[in-house]
Design a binder for this molecule. Sequence first.
Ligand SMILES: [Fe+2]
Length: 492
Amino acid sequence: MDPRLLDALVKHGALADPAAMDFLSKASDPVAALDRVFSTLQDVPLVLTMDHIRVTEMPLVPESIQRAHLIARRAAEVLAPAAPKLRELGIARDVPEDFRVLRDITGMSTCEGTLGDFSRYFAHRLKALGGMLRTRRELVGAVEIARARKLSREVRFIGMVSEVRTTKRGDRVIEVEDDTDTAPVFVAQSSDLFKDYVLEDEVVGVVGRPTEKGLIIAQQIIRPDVPAHHPFPVTEDPVCVAFVSDVHVGSRTFLTDKWAHFSTWLGGGDELARSIRYLVLAGDVVDGIGVYPRQEEELSIDDVYAQYEELARLLSAVPDHVRVIVLPGNHDAVRPAEPQPALPENVQKLFDSSVSFVGNPCTFTLHGVRILAYHGRSMDDFVYSMPGMSYARPLDGMREMLRRRHLAPIYGGKTPIAPEAEDHLVIGEVPDVLVTGHVHAVGMDEYKGVKIINASTWQAQTAFQKMHNIIPQPARVPVLNLGTGRGIIREF
Ligand SMILES: [Fe+2]
């Protein structure tokens, strides 16, 4: 193997598969051949393959094959996000901080759990999501449900799903309600709509035909969704944000060595490490105490305050120029009902000033890039309630959140929800990035232009996961370039 070729690959921040290495080594000047390939490629791939090389050798390849390779290359990039170009990466230390919190329950909670609070909460959910649906072309002319039930022609209306039931024949009836009435919407098993599962408490638009028996036969079920292509904002600061989650400090299965490896890399690693200006911790930062039965048997630190002290010690090794943003999860020492406020003062004071504490969920901007961070507890409800959902594929659940413009549509499931005056779990303005954790998997993709990122864990398989056959993907760190919107996942 030509060592100059390896050096050149490192310089470009890429790897090469064995076939590409073999091909390049046979060139009269391997380094010049590699430089030629990279100068032609639009983006630096994570792993250079023969497909990339063939595309760059256009004159030798018929046009139809060139096109096929280009298509294959683009498809591969969608599946595996390309590495950020090194020359596009800024030096985080030199870039001033630009972090603004836009929406956070911390200090704003007003609910006392009264009946009035609940009706006000659901009224806000219906109003907010109904307003989005009203702008949809398919729902122009939507009427109140009381009026729709009196009509015999095609009807359009908007409401919240109060019940989903299956008939003896296996068809589905969805009860949809607004302030005026309730309508039973019928979805036949044979209909294409049947595969698109409707969840209780989500807000939908319905286009349908009434029957004489008072049912509405669904023709379309419309979600608020995000626009067809949400553009990533153009920013001038090509610094990166790294996303981690579910550190679970205090657990016997906390991966001390892998965290140490990550921390060392952050402190003195490669160009990518030096470009990291922000580090987001998406909840379950400690293991907590009394979260589940007999948890004490799985703890290495059995005092929650001491767990946060240990986390503070671990985070003190993060370089000072990295702003750390911490939100709580269901293992943390705040109320479990969502939206959760930031960790309390007596915990915050253990950390140095480069650590900021926000609620769960929280919308904030980094250099103008709008980030919606949510721990992801509702993934339990998606997996439990929707056929086809899996803990191993959290991005599927995140797409469903964006389609419904709601982080936790099901009320009364596994996600406890506090009835605040406004529904903080509604996805109001479309974020540029949606990040979650909780399921201990990892993933990075986009949905209609919105970057979706599930941050991984620093905990090995727990007894609970073993029982449910859940295999975690720990110590993988998605890193997003705020300047380009491109991302990469680093494994430690
Ligand atoms: Fe969690």
